[in-house]
Design a protein around this ligand. Structure first.
Ligand SMILES: Cc1ncc(COP(=O)(O)O)c(C=O)c1O
Length: 437
C-alpha cells in the first residue's frame, strides 16, 4: 500500500505534477471540508474541483443501497453507451431530461469532457449550417466559422482551441482557425450591487463588431457561442439585453446560439441553468463538470434541417458516449439536489456570501466588483500580485479558492453550503486582507 506522503513523489517520477500540494482523502473529507490525507489539515472547499463537485464530500444520500448496487455493477463493465443500452443509462437519461433540461429541448448527446461537449455543439452548428447552405463538403477551416468573445474559455480540444483566449500559453503553440472574435461587454458592479461601468457603451461596441463580422464572414457564421458567465476569463457577467441581441443576430443570420454552461450549469447558478436567469433561450447548450456526464441538449431550431445530427447516424459520436458510472452518480445527484432543494439553498447562500463580501469590501477596501449567481461568486483585487498573494494566504488559512482573469478571485461553492461555512469563509478572507490603507 502506498502512503499519502508518497503520492506526489510517486507521481512526479512519471508525469508533470503541477497541481495542489495536498492529497485528497476520499474517506475523511466531509461536507464542505476537504481532508488532506498527508497532513490531516482540513480545507474549506470553495473551489470544488474547478466547479465540478456539486454536493460536498460523503453526502449521506450516497449511502443509499440501491444506488450503491447500481454504481458497483456499472463500475464493473465499461459500456459503449452510444450503441449498447442499459437500464442505468435509461434511468439517468430520463432523470436528466425531465429534471435538469428545461422543457422544449428534445435532443441530447453525451460524451466525456467539457471541451468535447462544446466541440460537439460546434459540430451540430456546422452540420446544420452546411445543410442550410446546400453545401455537401467543407474543405477549409474558414468555410464555416464560429463567432465568439474575448476572454472566452471553451476548452483545449481541436475546434475549441480557436475559441479559447484567456491565458495565451494555453493556445499559443497550437494551430488555430482565424474565426471572428468580438469584445465582451462585461458588467462591473459597485459595492452596493449597482452597475459601475458604462456597460451600454460596451454593448454597443460589441454589437458593432458583431455586425461587421456578419459582413466580413457573410453566410459563413454557423453559430454564436458564449459562456453566459465567463468563468476562467474573469467571472464576467452580461446583461439580459445583450443576450437578447445575440438571440436576434442568430435568428436574423441563420446561425445557432450556443451557450457554454460547462462551468455554470447543473444548478450551480441557483437555477438549473444560468441562461434561465435571463430568459433568452439558446439553440444548443453544452454542459459538463457538476453534471458528471458531459454533453449537449438542443432545441427545435436544429430540426429546421431534416437530416440533422440528432437524426442521422455517425455525424457526432464517440465509443463510450459518456461513462455509465458517471451516469449512475449523476442520477443520484439529481435526486438529492431535488429532494433537498439544493438549488434554492445555493441561490440564498450565494446571495448571502455576495452581501458579506460587499460589506467587507466597503469596510476594508482592497477589492471591488463583487459579483455572483448561486455558487459562482467572485471579486476583483487591485492588482494581479495582490490577488495571487491573497490566494496564497487563503490557502494557508484553509480556504480554497481560484483565480479568474487577470485580477479576480473566484469561489465555486458546494450546493450544500450553509450559513456556518459562509461566515467562516468571510472571517478567513477578512483575516487575509492587508490592513486598511
Ligand atoms: C466554460 C467552459 N467550457 C469548457 C470547459 C472545458 O471543460 P473540460 O476541462 O472538462 O474539457 C471548461 C473548463 O473549465 C469551461 O469552464
Amino acid at each position: 500500500m502506498l502512503s499519502p506522503k508518497e503520492v506526489h513523489g510517486t507521481l512526479k517520477r512519471h508525469q508533470l505534477v503541477d497541481g495542489y500540494p495536498f492529497v485528497l482523502d476520499l474517506e475523511k473529507s466531509h461536507g464542505c471540508y476537504l481532508h488532506d490525507a498527508a497532513t490531516g489539515q482540513e480545507h474549506l472547499d470553495f473551489f470544488t474541483s474547478f466547479a465540478s463537485w456539486p454536493i460536498g464530500y460523503g453526502h449521506p444520500g450516497l449511502e443509499d443501497k440501491d444506488f450503491r448496487r447500481e454504481l458497483e455493477s456499472a463500475a464493473l463493465t465499461k459500456v459503449a453507451n452510444s450503441d449498447i443500452y442499459t437500464v442505468p443509462m435509461a434511468r439517468f437519461v430520463s432523470a436528466f431530461a425531465t429534471e435538469v433540461t428545461p422543457e422544449g429541448f428534445p435532443h441530447h448527446f453525451w460524451v466525456s469532457g467539457g471541451a468535447l461537449a462544446v466541440e460537439n455543439a460546434l459540430k451540430v452548428a456546422f452540420d446544420w449550417k452546411a445543410q442550410k447552405l446546400g453545401v455537401d463538403k467543407c474543405n477549409d477551416g474558414n468555410d464555416l466559422v464560429i463567432l465568439h468573445f474575448r476572454q472566452a474559455f471553451h476548452g483545449r480540444s481541436g475546434y475549441t482551441m480557436s475559441l479559447t483566449n484567456t491565458d495565451p500559453t494555453k493556445v499559443a503553440l497550437f494551430p488555430k482557425f482565424a474565426w471572428p472574435r468580438v469584445s465582451n461587454p462585461a458588467i462591473e458592479f459597485d459595492l452596493d450591487g449597482g452597475i459601475a461601468n458604462d456597460v451600454e457603451a460596451a454593448e454597443a461596441q460589441s454589437v458593432a463588431e458583431i455586425e461587421q463580422a456578419f459582413v466580413d464572414y457573410a453566410g459563413r457564421i454557423a453559430a454564436i457561442i458564449i459562456e453566459p458567465l465567463q468563468g476562467e476569463g474573469g467571472d464576467n457577467h452580461f446583461r439580459t439585453e445583450f443576450f437578447a441581441r445575440l438571440r436576434a443576430f442568430a435568428d436574423e443570420h441563420e446561425a445557432l446560439l450556443i451557450f457554454d454552461e460547462v462551468q455554470t450549469g447543473f444548478f450551480g447558478s441557483g437555477k438549473p441553468w444560468l441562461w434561465q436567469h435571463h430568459g433568452v433561450r439558446p439553440d444548443v447548450v453544452a454542459f459538463g463538470k457538476k453534471s458528471q456526464v458531459c454533453g449537449i441538449y438542443a432545441g427545435p431550431r436544429v430540426d429546421e434541417v431534416e437530416g440533422n445530427v440528432f437524426r442521422r447516424s455517425s455525424r457526432i459520436n464517440s465509443t463510450w458516449g459518456g461513462n455509465l458510472v458517471d451516469m449512475v452518480r449523476s442520477r443520484r445527484f439529481i435526486e438529492i439536489i431535488v429532494e433537498e432543494n439544493l438549488c434554492e439553498n445555493i441561490a440564498t447562500m450565494g446571495q448571502s456570501f455576495v452581501e458579506g463580501l460587499r460589506s467587507l469590501g466597503r469596510e476594508r477596501g482592497h477589492f471591488s466588483n463583487v459579483r455572483g449567481a448561486g455558487s459562482l461568486v467572485a471579486f476583483t483585487s487591485e492588482s494581479a500580485e495582490q490577488r495571487d498573494e491573497l490566494l496564497r494566504a487563503l490557502a494557508g488559512k484553509g480556504l480554497l479558492a481560484l483565480s479568474s482573469g487577470e485580477r479576480a478571485v473566484r469561489f465555486r461553492l458546494p450546493l450544500i453550503v450553509g450559513d456556518a461555512e459562509i461566515d467562516l469563509a468571510l472571517e478567513r478572507i477578512a483575516d487575509c486582507l492587508p490592513a486598511r490603507v
